[in-house]
Design a protein around this ligand. Structure first.
Ligand code: S3P
Length: 432
């Protein structure tokens, strides 16, 4: 696909689909609860469909109708052994969360994924689970992963890597394990799992102390089903927010956006850069903070961000780098090592593609430097995405401002935002 430069503003009300992280949890948690859950506005992207299919193949009755599904849960131990391996496509969230959940079930299972997922680290989840006596065999640290389901033992676990996927995988193992499991998370990361489990009456308590989160899970307490209305995804909104900021004469309104404070680093960063973003109609839905947001084109300044904000916006660096490329001064984003183990090595792909687009940037250690004052003129650039959806969408937005770009393997967008192209073209974009 090709994204062409536009000379108009971005205007209107693009529809942002349901949040990906919350959608995964809206399948997993109701599937092991007692009762019927109706989930509305669920994201029907490839990643979430893999999670839905995994639970269907473990015997859970899930009625599907577009963006709404109904899940019939039968309790913590009601899952059936899948007849074949669970193939999870590109979805790191499905893999890490399911490895945890399945390690405490009474059957064995095998998890596989696509080329990108098969090269991502899985020991970061199997190692802490082995402290609970889990029996998980990786393939040189990656997928395929073989899980021997069994009764685990509760334990105290420290998580040093800032990762909600690791934390959530351990929580899902702990809710089916006798006794109290205590998790100390040294960096606070997105807390959708804890929030939703609280709503489902799980035995979970969370204390946030300085930069740490201390989570205690009392295992074997049955969960009680609750209907869920999934808010729209801030990470998907990010492409539209930045597009509106960098194109003159823009004004967009995004409705029903999740602004959970463990996820809102992009907003903080952009406001620090001088972005005009207004929040209205802010409310709480299923324990999640939600708001409508208006974005107006703005003169952005560069900024320096430390590693402490990275965990609050880890998926947003590709599009933040695009914003920084059109700011009035240089930016430095520090402490981005986790970007190297996402759907692609995002730090390297940001550097490579910005450089190919004529933007002065460099990576030193895990820090990214962008100098927007020193642009070379280029045209018709090929964007290398390595099948990474967020790289594909971020550089489509860059193309709309700078020059025509060809996005390779753009099919990856279906991973998180199947309607991205239509929505962007509806508000003034030109993707062909
Ligand atoms: C996610 C957590 C993040 C994020 C991913 C979704 C989740 O990964 O990058 O897109 O839903 O828990 P890490 O927790 O590994 O950083």
């Amino acid at each position: 696909m090709k994204s062409l430069k536009i000379n108009t503003g971005i205007n209107g009300n693009p529809i942002i689909p349901g949040d990906k992280s919350i959608s995964h949890r809206s399948v997993i948690i109701p599937s092991i609860s007692n009762g019927v859950t109706e989930v509305t506005n669920i994201l029907k992207s490839e990643d979430v469909i893999h999670t839905i299919n995994a639970f269907k193949s473990m015997g859970v009755k899930i009625e599907d109708s577009g963006n709404n599904i109904v899940i019939h849960g039968n309790g913590l131990n009601s899952l059936a052994m899948p007849k074949k391996e669970l193939y999870l496509g590109n979805s790191g969230t499905s893999a890490r969360l399911l490895i945890g959940l399945l390690s405490s079930q009474s059957f064995d299972s095998k998890i596989t994924g696509d080329k990108s997922l098969s090269s991502r680290p899985m020991k970061r989840i199997s190692d802490p689970l082995s402290k609970m006596n889990a029996s998980i065999k990786t393939t040189s640290g990656c997928l395929p992963v073989f899980i021997k389901g069994k009764e685990l033992v509760s334990s105290n676990i420290d998580i040093k890597i800032p990762s909600a996927q690791i934390k959530s995988g351990i929580i899902f193992a702990a809710i089916n394990t006798e006794g109290i499991t205590k998790i100390i998370e040294h960096n606070i990361t997105r807390d959708h799992t804890e929030i939703m489990l609280e709503a489902f009456d799980a035995g979970i308590s969370v204390k946030k102390v300085d930069e740490k989160s201390i989570i205690e899970i009392t295992g074997k307490k049955e969960l009680v089903s609750k209907d869920i209305d999934v808010p729209s995804d801030l990470s998907s909104s990010a492409f539209f927010i930045v597009a509106a900021l960098i194109h003159k004469n823009s004004n967009i309104i995004l409705r029903n956006i999740n602004i959970n404070p463990t996820r809102n680093g992009l907003i903080i960063a952009l406001m620090k850069m001088g972005a005009k973003i207004n929040f209205f109609n802010t409310r709480t839905k299923n324990n999640e903070a939600v708001s409508d947001i208006e974005i107006v084109d703005s003169n952005l300044n560069g900024c320096e961000l430390g590693p402490e904000i990275a965990k609050l916006m880890i998926d947003e660096y590709p599009i933040l780098s695009v914003a920084a490329s059109f700011a009035n001064s240089p930016s430095i984003f520090r402490g981005l090592s986790e970007l190297r183990v996402k759907e692609s090595d995002r730090l390297e792909l940001i550097r490579l593609n910005l450089t190919n687009c004529g933007i002065d940037c460099k990576v030193i250690d895990d820090d990214l430097y962008i100098n927007p004052l020193n642009k070379k003129k280029v045209g018709n650039v090929d964007i290398v995405t390595n099948y990474d959806h967020r790289i594909a969408m971020a550089f489509s937005i860059l193309g709309s401002k700078l020059c025509a770009v060809n996005i390779n393997d753009s099919n990856s967008i279906k991973t998180s935002f199947p309607t991205f192209v239509d929505e962007f073209n509806k508000v003034g974009g030109k993707i062909v």
